[in-house]
Design a protein around this ligand. Structure first.
Ligand code: ZN
Length: 237
C-alpha cells in the first residue's frame, strides 16, 4: 500500500473514498469545505478496474489540493465476479433493460470498499467516511441505495466498535445537481478537466460514446440548461 504521512490523533477527520471520477471528486471538495483541508484524507482502491488511470487522476487531484491519498490493492475483486468493469474481455453494455443491473456492476463493491475504508480509518482515529454513492442515479446498483448505507453504517459501528459516520453528499442528487454542487464548491474546472468517468479511460471530456460519458454529458447539458433558464428569468424579471 502506498501511503503519505497519515497519522492518528489529528483531530476530527474525514476519509473520502476517491475513485478519480466526477462523483467522488465532488465529494472530496465537499469534505474539504465541511471539515477543512487539513482534516481530509482520501483512499482509493486498485481492484483491476478497466482503467486504473483513474487512480492516477485521483493522485493528481489530491496532489493539487495537498490531500494525502492512499491506494489499497484489492486484486481479489477481479477473481470473485465476472463483470465488464474489471474484465477487459467483456464489453460494456451500451444499453441494458431496466430489470437487470448493468454489466459494469461489481457485486458488493461498495460494501467491500466501505469495510476496508472503515478499518483503515479506525486505525488512524478517523470517524467520518465520505462516499459518492447516489440513489438518484443508482442504475440498479443495490449498494448505492440509502438504506444500504444506513445499514452498513450500523454494521461497521458494531463490527469495529467505533462511532463511524458515513456521509453521502450526493445521495439524492442527480448528475445535473452534482454539476451544480461542483460549481458551488469552486471545483468545476477540476471536475471537467481532471476527473475520469469514461469506461474507455479518456479523462476529462471522455470518449463521448460509452454509457458513463453519456450519463455525465446528459447531466452537464441539463445543468447548463437550468442555469440558462435561471439567468433568463433574472434578466426578464
Ligand atoms: Zn467514455
Amino acid at each position: 500500500m502506498q501511503e503519505q504521512g497519515i497519522s492518528a490523533g489529528q483531530g476530527p477527520t474525514a476519509l473520502v473514498l476517491l475513485s478519480g471520477g466526477q462523483d467522488s471528486t465532488t465529494c472530496l471538495y465537499w469534505a474539504i469545505r465541511r471539515y477543512g483541508r487539513q482534516h481530509v484524507y482520501a483512499i482509493g482502491f486498485d481492484y483491476g478496474q478497466r482503467h486504473v488511470e483513474e487512480l492516477t487522476c485521483a493522485q493528481a487531484i489530491c496532489d493539487g489540493l495537498g490531500i494525502p491519498f492512499a491506494v489499497l490493492s484489492l486484486p481479489a475483486v477481479n477473481d470473485l465476479t465476472e463483470n465488464a468493469l474489471t474484465r477487459a474481455d467483456i464489453a460494456v453494455d451500451a444499453q441494458h433493460d431496466g430489470n437487470a443491473p448493468p454489466n459494469t456492476l461489481v457485486e458488493g463493491r461498495n460494501l467491500l470498499f466501505l469495510t476496508y475504508a472503515a478499518i483503515y480509518a479506525k486505525a488512524r482515529g478517523i470517524r467520518v467516511l465520505v462516499t459518492g454513492v447516489s440513489q438518484a442515479d443508482y442504475s440498479g446498483y443495490p449498494d448505492c441505495r440509502d438504506i444500504f448505507i444506513k445499514s452498513a453504517n450500523v454494521t461497521l459501528n458494531l463490527g469495529l466498535d467505533n462511532p463511524f459516520v458515513i456521509e453521502t453528499p450526493l445521495m439524492w442528487r442527480d448528475k445535473a445537481q452534482v454539476w451544480a454542487l461542483a460549481q458551488e464548491l469552486g471545483a468545476l474546472d477540476v471536475i471537467k478537466e481532471k476527473t475520469l468517468t469514461c469506461y474507455n479511460g479518456v479523462a476529462g471530456e471522455g470518449c463521448g460514446n460509452c454509457p458513463a460519458c453519456a450519463l455525465r454529458r446528459r447531466g452537464y447539458i441539463e445543468w447548463r440548461e437550468t442555469c440558462n433558464r435561471a439567468s433568463a428569468t433574472r434578466h426578464s424579471g
